[in-house]
Design a protein around this ligand. Structure first.
Ligand SMILES: Nc1ncnc2c1ncn2[C@@H]1O[C@H](COP(=O)(O)OP(=O)(O)OP(=O)(O)O)[C@@H](O)[C@H]1O
Ligand SMILES: [Mg+2]
Length: 333
């Protein structure tokens, strides 16, 4: 069968971006180390990576806030390095840290953004009112932002990015620090925006968020995209499924490990208490049957046995050799 060819022009395109920082008295940091990325019009791409991966730096280059040392990037065919003044009127940016004026009210913040974009007094007020409603901030609209909760700040900041109804929206960690309910609210808003045709590039450290919101996921580590695809493509690219055993006794751990090792396509994982073991296999059902037959033959007692498709966490671990949160833990320690 001949597949229908759908021509999707990349709306955001980055080729081989390099950006280095040279902090005083410290070694050079290659924040972007040859980052290439392609975001088709009207789709959501998630830039997924741990702390320090280069997500914010990429967003800053693409939104013309900083320039790359080398490489090229375009938004709707406009060069970020030389055509910033044409790009800025068509993009919206919600930075990692909310950029709002603490002393102004929610309404005044949005009204001010409209005026900065020369919408005119009447249109600015109208747009501010619409966005206050859209973001469910009616009760907070006349209070100074300094009294807002983290979730309200994120919403007012995102609303600010939408004042000009941008064709492309950059969201740098839109839900970091939000409670689960506010996160769901934010996902809902982003989903509705995308339905109106807005192209979105969002960064996130949450695998679940990328899975939920994005058509395409670009996994970024050490300033490079190390994999790009749909959530399903990424999951299947690491190959097969996982068989997991939960043992009644850790005394059986060594024999269970031996069985899993003989079925796996890579080394099995063992939990700290030695009672949960898992391994990636080429074919889940066949491997599970065979593993169960062998555990029974050896008298290994099981609490549970099952197979699952890989999660994005597994994808990250396979691609980078470390968990998505490793650097965060290192930083905190
Ligand atoms: N202004 C700067 N001066 C020096 N180094 C910087 C600067 N900005 C970023 N870096 C370094 O560049 C690397 C990438 O940083 P970046 O902020 O892009 O990461 P990130 O993926 O956004 O991380 P996070 O999840 O913590 O927001 C890090 O090693 C960071 O320390
Ligand atoms: Mg960042």
């Amino acid at each position: 069968m001949v597949a229908t060819i759908v021509w999707r022009m990349a709306y955001i395109e980055a080729v081989n971006l390099v950006k280095t920082y040279t902090p005083k008295g410290a070694p050079v940091v290659r924040a972007l180390d040859g980052l290439s990325l392609s975001v088709p019009r009207g789709t959501v791409t998630a830039l997924l990576g741990p702390n320090g991966a280069g997500k914010t730096t990429a967003v800053k280059v693409l939104t013309t806030l900083i320039t790359a040392d080398s490489g090229t990037a375009t938004i709707d065919g406009l060069d970020v390095a030389t055509q910033g003044s044409e790009i800025r009127p068509i993009i919206g940016v919600s930075g990692q840290y909310a950029a709002v004026d603490e002393n102004l009210t929610g309404f005044e913040n949005l009204d001010m953004v409209g005026r900065l974009y020369h919408l005119g007094a009447k249109a600015s007020r109208r747009r501010a009112t619409e966005l206050i409603e859209l973001f469910d901030l009616t009760e907070a609209q006349n209070r100074p932002v300094k009294g807002f909760s983290g979730g309200m700040r994120r919403r007012i900041d995102l609303a600010g990015a939408l004042v000009i109804d941008p064709r492309v929206l950059f969201l740098d960690e839109p839900t970091t620090g939000l409670d689960p309910r506010s996160r769901l609210g934010m996902w809902d808003i982003i989903t509705r925006l995308v339905a109106t045709g807005t192209t979105v590039l969002l960064t996130t450290q949450y695998l679940e968020e990328a899975d939920q919101l994005a058509d395409d996921i670009a996994v970024i580590d050490n300033g490079k995209v190390i994999a790009q695809g749909t959530s399903d493509e990424l999951k299947s690219s690491i190959g097969g499924q996982t068989v997991e055993l939960s043992l009644v006794s850790e005394a059986d751990s060594a024999s269970a490990l031996e069985i899993l090792r003989s079925h796996g396509t890579s080394a099995p994982d063992v939990s700290a208490d030695q009672r949960t073991l898992s391994v990636t296999v080429a074919s889940g059902p066949a491997a599970l049957q065979s593993v169960l037959a062998q555990t029974e033959a050896r008298g290994i007692r099981l609490h549970d046995a099952g197979m699952k498709r890989p999660t994005l966490d597994d994808v990250f671990l396979t691609l980078t050799g470390h968990a998505a949160t490793v650097e965060e833990e290192e930083k905190a320690s």
